[in-house]
Ligand binder design. Structure first.
Ligand code: LLP
Length: 441
């Protein structure tokens, strides 16, 4: 989180004080650093320099048009899982022929649109899907490029909800059935196999699961070649984890590389180490593809929130803030950890352990529990590592408008999505005029 630092006790995003953003745009607010996002994408590009590789940013991690536009300008490809994401990519200036379409439940209209705009590849997750793609391609008189998503039965050692490559998971085609799926693809007239892919999970913090999955994928690719089915690309999916414990480093002003990763995480492998695994193992004849999301935007963003009330009960100190589970669902859904740090450092005040909770009427609505903080009402807090799976998973629960999104570029801050209004919250809802309405009164 190099783009976030304290200057004279005030937390900045690049050259902009977060307190200025809160004063101008209100809270809760998602703030992203352009420099961080671009640096994270370029780290991938550099790690694969000289190698025939395409980085397909996983749109689901953060699908704001401005973020997608940054990716498009860098020449990124995109991994999508819905036609909504496809339309966003196109609107943001992304190239259709650099789009891969993943997901277990592609609807017919989504497949049709993807074929019409000419995407690079469908990552196919079942035989019925293959048949459906073939049928729609035939109707459009085109040939659909496909890759079979292999379920390698690899445990990525991450939260079970975001583990996707074990045999009990709904994703992909089990590796024992992959050959049959490619044979079916060969027989169908309007699909052509162009690659092989997998995705084993998200927030993966060691390289071993990738090595395991990759070996299975490469063995399959060779088998397929022996059966006369040549494979053009190998797509290893996304999933490289990030460090969710950067708070101490920011507070200490320490350079990122000199410090450990906080209290309870293993160090997360960096992109160079990840690239080395792929470069060493995947033969050069294969075009290499990846689908990173979190590792590009996660640590480039924070959720800025204001303390509404401080409340002390017999057993707890609560900091009730204006952001909640509807803004950042990860702590409630996955018991995920996000560091929470003050926007204005109070060096000489005594810290207490606070449960940082939101206004939503659920006990599961918290951003962090038992966090040592020195707080006063109206203080601003930054919930770190909120750039990925933050805004895009937010909801209107409790009829709360979704937060404003801001993109900081050096000393400038741009609104990239306005805070929702009450009017927008109710848009598209109707109260029918029932014929019997009067009679019932
Ligand atoms: N490719 C596919 C096919 C995926 O399903 C995903 C994420 C990615 C790529 C990107 O993975 P990443 O590099 O971002 O780890 N909401 C959860 C994460 C769900 C990830 C689902 N798939 C969270 O907040 O942790």
């Amino acid at each position: 989180m190099e783009s976030y630092s304290y200057k004279n006790g005030a937390l900045y995003a690049e050259q902009v004080p977060l307190s200025t953003l809160a004063a101008r745009h209100g809270t809760p607010a998602f703030v992203y650093s352009r420099a961080a996002i671009e640096a994270n994408w370029r780290a991938y590009a550099q790690a694969f320099a000289g190698r025939d590789a395409l980085i397909c940013y996983a749109v689901k991690a953060n699908s704001n048009l401005a973020i997608l536009n940054l990716m498009a300008r860098l020449g990124s490809g995109f991994d999508i899982v819905s036609v909504g994401e496809l339309e966003r990519v196109l609107r943001a200036g992304g190239a259709a022929d650099k789009v891969v379409f993943s997901g277990v439940g592609k609807h017919a209209h989504e497949i049709r649109r993807a074929l019409e705009v000419g995407i690079k590849c469908f990552n196919v997750e079942s035989e019925p899907e293959l048949l459906r793609i073939n049928e729609i391609a035939a109707q459009l008189s085109v040939t659909a490029p496909v890759s079979i998503r292999v379920n390698p039965d690899t445990d990525a050692h991450t939260h079970p909800f975001i583990s996707t490559g074990r045999k009990e998971d709904k994703f992909g085609i089990s590796h024992g059935q992959v050959l049959a799926a490619y044979r079916l693809a060969e027989r169908l007239e309007c699909v052509v196999p162009v690659g092989i892919d997998c995705h084993i999970g998200s927030q993966v913090t060691s390289l071993e699961p990738y090595i395991d999955a990759l070996e299975k994928l490469l063995t399959l690719a060779e088998d397929l070649e022996r059966h006369g089915i040549p494979i053009g690309h190998v797509d290893i999916g996304g999933g490289l984890g990030i460090d969710y414990h950067c708070g101490n480093l920011i507070r200490a002003g320490a350079p990122r590389s000199q410090a450990g990763s906080g209290d309870d995480t293993a160090t997360v492998p960096d992109v160079t180490a990840f690239a080395e695994v792929l470069r060493d193992r995947v033969p050069a004849r294969y075009h290499l593809m990846l689908e990173p999301g979190r590792s590009i935007v996660g640590n480039a963003g924070v959720l800025l929130t204001r303390v509404e009330y401080l409340k002390t009960t017999h057993t707890r100190h609560f900091a009730i803030v204006d952001a909640s589970m509807n803004d950042l669902l990860r702590p409630s859904l996955y018991q995920a950890w996000h560091d929470i740090i003050p926007v204005t450092a109070r060096a000489d005040e005594r810290e207490m352990d606070y449960d940082v909770v939101g206004p939503v009427c659920e006990t599961g609505d918290f951003l962090g529990l038992q966090r040592p903080l020195a707080l006063r009402p109206d203080d601003l807090l930054a919930v770190l590592s909120a750039g990925a799976y933050g805004f895009c998973m937010s909801s209107n629960y409790n009829s709360r408008p979704r937060a404003v999104e801001l993109l900081v570029d050096d000393a400038c801050a741009h609104v990239i999505r306005e805070r929702e209004t009450p009017e927008q919250l109710m848009a598209g809802e109707y109260m029918p005029e029932f014929a019997d309405a009067m009679g019932n009164l």
